[in-house]
Design a protein around this ligand. Sequence first.
Ligand code: NAI
Ligand code: MG
Length: 360
Amino acid sequence: PAHKIAVIAGDGIGQEVMPEGIRAVEAAAAAFDIEIEWTHFDWACADFYQRHGEMLPPDWFTTLSQFEAIFFGAVGWPEVVPDHISLWGSLLRFRREFDQYINLRPVKLMPGVPCPLAGKKPEDIDFLVVRENTEGEYSDVGGILYPGTEREVAIQQSSFSRLGVDRVQRFALELARQRPKQHLTSATKSNGMAISMPYWDQRMAENARAFPEVRVDQYHIDILAARFVLSPERFDVVVASNLFGDILSDLGPACAGTIGIAPSANLNPERTTPSLFEPVHGSAPDIFGQGIANPIATIWSGAMMLDFLGNGEPRYRQAHDAILSAIEASLLAGPHTPDLGGSATTEAVGNAIANTIASH
Ligand code: NAI
Ligand code: MG
């Protein structure tokens, strides 16, 4: 049966890159005998907000629950909707209410992409950041005490549940187990956050016992961030709490080149709710309307989606790999969008990649 995918292109260049993401996934699906049924929704954008005063319709949860995955472009158009409303009213609701507790970002220096770190080659930067996506430091427990007085104090609690910590750590351990290096790095700060982070470390040690093949180490977040920049070749899989993971999952892709190619996945590994695949970048109002946005981040996110849909089936892994090879070919030989120094359009790059996939 066909995989049912919900498409939400959203705002700005989300509208421009999404057709190229679909084109590439379609080409790979055709080549590997995979059937996909796309359903488009005009939600999570400024236009919808202007018409309805909300980012999503009231029945969004039931409607989207019928899909295996959501292919998402970008949301945000600050001229019309303040960013906290657009983000909290759509993307963050998907992540939280669909319990997409894994945020997964590959950090991979691709051939042909100028590396911002001196002297690094593609084989030096190839790791995955696994961020906890639902709890931790990003909680809404707290408030302002004695407001408006000299004693005013803002308090925001972190919460680390055993369930929440264990499931993200075990996911990262399993991911590391399946990779050749079998190495997991855990981000901590037990010298500063003296309750939650020792707890995180203690659960890590406990969870790691079921994965004796995996070499586990840990770094404090400050030195870990420095190591991302100075010695990225040290990493294979990196697991972190919500706040630390948020920072690392932007820093990582920044170390591997342009934001125009960085993909991400928000996963519910149990598959009880849809998972969401999206480029790391936003709606880029500064370049919208010119047809010059780089579609590679979205195409790569589509490849991650195929891999997830396959749940280990080799055909789907091959479809993923075919897309990645086509991206590499395009990064080496062109055409390139302006962010990579070329003058090609979004569509020209998307077409070239889809053609390479079809002739793999
Ligand atoms: P942004 O990622 O949209 O743009 C940052 C810079 O990177 C801009 O100069 C832009 O032109 C460039 N850029 C981004 N994607 C590109 C691509 N595919 N090809 C070539 N250049 C690209 O981040 P910014 O400007 O901070 O935010 C703009 C809007 O997007 C805001 O409303 C923000 O809230 C939203 N946003 C949404 C995200 C999402 O939907 N997941 C993520 C980040 C921002
Ligand atoms: Mg971020």
